[in-house]
Design a protein around this ligand. Sequence first.
Ligand code: ATP
Length: 312
Amino acid sequence: MLHVVDAPLVARAPAKVNLHLAVGALRKDGYHELTTVYQALSLHDEITVRAADSIAISVRGEGADDVPLGSTNLVWQAAELMAEKAGHGKRGPRASIAITKGIPVAGGLAGGSADAAATLVALNELWQLELSRSELLELAARLGSDVPFSLSGGTSVGVGRGEQLLPVLSRNTYHWVLAFAKGGLSTPAVYRELDRLRAVGAPPRIGAADDLMHALAAGDARQLAPLLGNDLQAAAVTLMPALRRTLRAGTDAGALAAIVSGSGPTCAFLCADEDDAINVSVEVSSTGVCRTVRTATGPVPGARLVTAPHPR
Ligand code: ATP
């Protein structure tokens, strides 16, 4: 009989920005071959888990009305994988799971992946499963391409679908401004749009990440800024042309660089320091080009408990 923790447990998981997102060939399994450099951001979601007779999911916070409460929620799927490990049998996962969203839904910041990673960490503790980090990473990869990174955090290169991670030497903290769009973009739709753009022309590709790696090792935001790149940006901007104005507003306000984050539509502005980030956020906000603006720093750790673990 496994021991179950009685008190609620809270885990936090970070949003991510892709500093480099090179999209390669379409694979037979429908995914594209990726080379990406992820950075975990201080913007985060929180997951609170409690022992219960059956699974129940609740959501509040940023974009809560757009988050599914049933089995399509990545949190539910994470709980099912953990319940198999816990031997919960046919009745399924026995936990109530409350999601507090800080990360916009369908924003290109991997919010659903963050929630899944936090759920793995929280249920590992609630059900005292003692799964190792590498076992959790294996479950994470089954849940989605970005979930392993949400678990590990920091700065990493991701290859394959993005789920095979290698750590990157990264010095210093970077200061970001994030512009949340009015509405979201579907990740599959953005990839389809890129395939379409590539079929009718040759949109520019971002190339190799070697110089970007050197800039990260040097810890120099000014050196890093011109090296940020995202092959999905053209597709995201085609689907949501208003992003052009948002990106311009960021650079006009003094950001070192402006990129679409992942599949968008969130735009990420790299700033020289904290003061510049505050100035850029105020100025971008005043232009009215986006729904909301937030500042964030990175890198930060991956999914982790923020309440004290149960004494063993
Ligand atoms: P990525 O950058 O990894 O492609 P994203 O940040 O663009 O993801 P998410 O916020 O993860 O997008 O949401 C994508 C879709 O996943 C949503 O439209 C929603 O229907 C579904 N979804 C499932 N679980 C969650 C969750 N816990 N939080 C948010 N969306 C979820």
